[in-house]
Design a protein around this ligand. Structure first.
Ligand code: NAD
Ligand code: MG
Length: 366
């Protein structure tokens, strides 16, 4: 029996993690946390018989970290959205739990800190992001010398194939209509801008210890192939499945075992065509911005991420347009100096400075 804590329990990932746990007698949920959805959390706690809960907005900003430290979980699933999840990721590893990480922003904002905490803890960092879960499985048993590169697939989002001119007036509603995955609002907009894939390139850099020129991105609109490992003998190992987050969630929670999940098996004869194309980084600039910030290193990915969070929130609130997101992130990267990430205060300062830069800019243009 594994004791599981689920953070972001009322969100898209959190709800699916609860389904996975309910379907497996080996997984016992011992703690739940949410941002502000107190009623949703109470309902989930009652439905799953969980005594320990916390609501960040009511119980204070440190409440989630306290919960993680005190709940005695074997594995903490971090399904919080945004860099707000970084403290909980660090606390999970420091408390001696494995970290099942959906919150990619933890690695983007504070990658070196998470890796240092991982090393000190001797525990596991298990990716929940579907592409990275796929890659971990493609790489299982391969020697690092055999690996040429990893390939992340991207659906291309709801605006695949459009020109910049055609994106000028798209709305939040258009951006939220994702073709293959049903997800929270922030990551749905990130998928529409391709920032999500950019954040995932940085995530892969930290998870697999690869330089950026060995992390490829290919657009694959059907979202059936989730990730591929390119090996030096010419083999390309792929991971396939229906787009269903319960599969990578289950893999992370049950590792190194595998459990049955409610996900459908793939029928190859019913698949039709699988297609692949290069990403259009001239139109969807966020992917290139993220890769460049990753190459700069230090706090550059943290600045990129915080600026993106603010820009996406402003877009969802109707305060800026879709194409402004990339422009605001570019401006923040120009405005905020990059520092070496050697402690959490450096990350907090860069995050705050980037948010201020975007706020000033939006104030200036509104
Ligand atoms: P969501 O918006 O549906 O849910 C976010 C959850 O985080 C909610 O429960 C919210 O209450 C909670 N939360 C927000 N701020 C918090 C705080 N300060 N403290 C505690 N809890 C807080 O988002 P989602 O789609 O479930 O995504 C969650 C994370 O997983 C993101 O980092 C996202 O990039 C990643 N992810 C999601 C998917 C997906 O299919 N949804 C796939 C891959 C990765
Ligand atoms: Mg993903």
């Amino acid at each position: 029996m594994k004791r599981v804590a689920i953070l972001g329990a009322t969100g898209s990932i959190g709800v699916q993690a609860l389904e996975v746990c309910a379907a497996s007698p080996e997984l016992q949920v011992v703690a739940l946390a949410t941002g502000r959805d107190r009623d949703g959390l109470a309902a989930a706690a009652a439905a799953h018989g969980v005594a320990r809960t916390c609501v960040a907005a009511d119980d204070g900003p440190d409440a989630v970290v306290r919960l993680v430290r005190e709940c005695g979980a074997d594995v903490v699933l971090n399904g919080i959205v945004g860099a707000a999840g970084l403290d909980a990721s660090l606390a999970a590893l420091e408390s001696g739990a494995d970290l099942a990480l959906a919150n990619k922003e933890s690695l983007v904002a504070g990658g070196p800190l998470v890796l240092a905490a991982l090393q000190r803890s001797g525990r596991r960092l298990l990716p929940v992001d579907s592409e990275h879960s796929a890659l971990m499985q493609c790489l299982a048993g391969e020697s690092p010398d055999a690996l040429v590169s990893v390939v992340l697939t991207a659906s291309g989002g709801p605006f695949r194939g459009r020109t910049a001119a055609e994106l000028e007036h798209v709305t939040a509603r258009d951006a939220l209509a994702h073709p293959t995955w049903s997800m929270g609002a922030k990551i749905s907009v990130d998928s529409a801008t391709l920032m999500n894939k950019g954040l995932e390139v940085i995530e892969a850099h930290f998870l697999f210890g690869l330089p950026y020129d060995r992390i490829e991105v290919v657009v694959h609109p059907q979202s059936i192939v989730h990730g591929l490992a390119r090996l030096r003998d010419g083999a390309l190992i792929a991971h396939l499945g229906h787009p269903d987050m319960r599969v990578p969630i289950s893999y992370a929670l049950t590792y190194p075992e595998r459990a049955a999940t409610p996900a459908r098996q793939l029928d190859l004869t019913q698949l039709g065509t699988l297609s692949f194309e290069p990403p259009d980084t001239a139109t969807f600039r966020c992917l290139a911005l993220a890769r460049a910030a990753g190459e700069v290193g230090g706090t550059a990915p943290c600045i990129l991420n915080a600026a993106n969070e603010e820009a996406v929130a402003a877009f969802l609130a109707g305060r800026v347009r879709f194409l402004d997101i990339a422009a605001l992130v570019t401006d923040a990267l120009d405005a905020v100096p990059v520092a070496v990430v050697d402690d959490i205060e450096v990350v907090r300062a860069a995050d705050a400075a980037a948010r201020t830069a975007v706020g000033v800019r939006i104030g200036a243009v509104a």
